[in-house]
Design a protein around this ligand. Structure first.
Ligand SMILES: [Cu+2]
Length: 70
């Protein structure tokens, strides 16, 4: 089952940030879609709960040097 979530992420400022996040999160097994909105400072993710956890997704973003807000 596909789950969708919108994360608030601080520190994204340019197309390089968008690509880094899309690559890091998009490469996780179970993630089917990643949309980054720089203006709104959000990352929308569609993923399969059975394959990847929200925590894994947050860590992937964090590992790129961005802060995921609660
Ligand atoms: Cu950037």
């Amino acid at each position: 089952m596909i789950e969708k979530t919108i994360l608030n992420v601080e520190g994204m400022s340019c197309s390089h940030c968008v690509k880094s996040i899309q690559k890091a999160v998009g490469s996780l097994d179970g993630v089917s879609k990643v949309d980054v909105d720089l203006a709104r400072k959000t990352v929308s993710v569609a993923y399969e709960k059975e394959k990847v956890s929200l925590q894994n997704i947050k860590e992937a973003i964090d590992d790129q040097g961005y802060d995921v807000m609660q």
